[in-house]
Structures are given as C-alpha cells and as structure tokens.
Design a protein around this ligand. Sequence first.
Ligand code: SF4
Length: 224
Amino acid sequence: MQKKTIKPNRLEKQLEKQHRKREWEPHGSGLDVLISTILSQNTSDNNSSRAFKSLKRDFPTWKKAAHARKSSIARSIKAGGLATIKAAYIKSALKKVKADFGSHSLSKIKPKPIEESLDYLTSFDGVGEKTAACVLLFAFGKKVMPVDTHVHRVTHRLGLIEKTPNRQKSFQFWFGQNNIVDYYNLHLNMVRHGRLICRAQNPKCSECILRDRCAYYKERMNDD
Ligand code: SF4
C-alpha cells in the first residue's frame, strides 16, 4: 500500500501557518549571493556574514577583488574559516564570470532555464548544487530548492524520500515540483522548521503541525 505523505503545496501552506509567510526579495546581485554562499560553507551564519562584510569593505567592487592577491582576499575573509581555499574559489569565480560575460555580473543567467544555470554554476570551483540553487533562488527568485541539512532532514522525516545521507535525493525530489507556489517561502520555512521544531536531536513532534502526515512521527508512535 502506498504511504500517505504530505503534498508539497500543502506542506507550504502548513509551514506558513506554523511559522509565517516569507516574501521574496533579492538578497543581492547574483555574484554577491554566489560569493556570500561560498563564504557560508562549513561555518556559522554569523562568521560568514562577518567575512562577507569585511570583503565588501576591503574590496568595494568585484573588479577590485578580481585584481587583488589571493592572500589579501584570504586575510579579508578569515572570520569565515577555510580562508585560503575560499579565497581561491572566489578568485576563480571572478575570473570565470569576467571571461564568460565580459563583466563581473551574473545577470545574464537570469533569463536562462534553471537546468542550464545550475549546470553553469556547478562548473565553478567549490560550487555544488546547494550553492548554485541559492544563487538562483535568493538573487533571481527562481523556482528551485537549496537543500541544506534542515531541508534534507524534514524531507526524509516526512517520508517524501527514503532516509539517505545523500542530499542530492532531496534536491531531485524538490526539483520541478510545479505545484509549489513559492519556493522561497517554502525553503525559508523548512529551514526554520528544521532549526526550531524538527531538530536533529529531540524533534518537538508534539508542537509540529505536520505530525498527522509525518512518516517519522507515525513510526515513533507505532514503536510505543
Ligand atoms: S512530526 Fe516530528 S519528525 Fe515529523 S516533521 Fe514534525 S517535528 Fe519533524
């Protein structure tokens, strides 16, 4: 018998009730989001935000950063950790964008199909599906789901995919779900849900609006 799981559009509405409606607004240019997301890898939001602010203060334009030494960029972003590696990714991204588009701007990918933009962005050093999806969602408002640890956990606990350490399975599940009204709203509320309610340890199922459609919750109840 097929397991009853929640439909993505219903999930969107339910999470909106539990949390709130999130209205999309651009988080910066495509290149701003790309670089801030590279800086956010393997560190806290607070550290990556400090690193990004420092980078923008030291290099007010991406052209200036492109002409800087990697070591100067690494010094500027040291608050975000892994500074040498991230400086190399940033230099390489700036060089590639200039070579491909003639300026330090990713705006030309905005009208392109999502698959094509994902393929393009994941060809950058240090850029995986999640970072590429962040650029498309946060800078351009595209219908795509960045899958972080929270989105992945909520996705498999609800029974939308089997449990697996492979986040790509979640990404594939969320890709092209055409009944989702607003990926931005859903994404931010899934992250919030994962942080506050559906926590990795001790999820607060008794406070969760999704429990009547949650595979993990049903399994736990049957165990008792
Ligand atoms: S019922 Fe529990 S496991 Fe299921 S989504 Fe809610 S908090 Fe997570």
